[in-house]
Design a protein around this ligand. Sequence first.
Ligand SMILES: [Fe+2]
Ligand SMILES: [Fe+2]
Length: 239
Amino acid sequence: MPPEKTTAPSRFSRHESAASPEGLIQRLRDLSASFCLAEGGAHGPDHSERVYQQALFIGRHMRARLDILAPAALLHDIGRQKESASHGACCHARIGAEMAVPILENLGYAAEDIEAVCHCIRTHRFRGKDRPGSLEAQILFDADKLDSIGAIGIGRAFLFAGNIGARLHNPEQDPFQTRSYSLEDTAYREFRVKMSVVRTQMLTPIGRELAEERHAFMEAFFTRLSLEMGLAPCSCPSR
Ligand SMILES: [Fe+2]
Ligand SMILES: [Fe+2]
């Protein structure tokens, strides 16, 4: 089920009622890009746009509030630069939720809607606490995770591996015995260690279905890559 191209959401707050919905979405898109431009191919504006489109696709099927989902998806990674600057000391989901408050206030969102959007942003990472509690938050979580797997996930993994100068492929290695940021930190390692478990983390039925389909493609891709390189895939089990 590929995400369909979408028009803007249908419900907007009082101050934006005079502006077109498309205008509001474009303002959110521009604001998002201003924070994410330096994040490159993996987390830059293209990623935010894909997550936005995917979130609305799932949101429509699940009858979620698209007026909450749209700003949440477009702004979900605006805290990334601050996380990078802090060398990981602060969480971009938490800081992004704080940064989103004045942005949404300036756009005229009501207080309860700002809280709903910020809950989605705060919980989109969901490791340990800060569990996505609303339908919209669960959808954003799934949409963001879906962008890390499938053909897009493979592309992102090769971008990362290229940036650190890793090998092209290493199926002869047990990925769990290799180190991150080493020559063995390949796209294949990323698949075995992280991307292969994403399908088990989905929170919505549509997210699960899409993740299974993308997972099957990744399996087929890396099997084919090994075949073309004359290498046997590692027989060690996934963990
Ligand atoms: Fe994120
Ligand atoms: Fe993201």
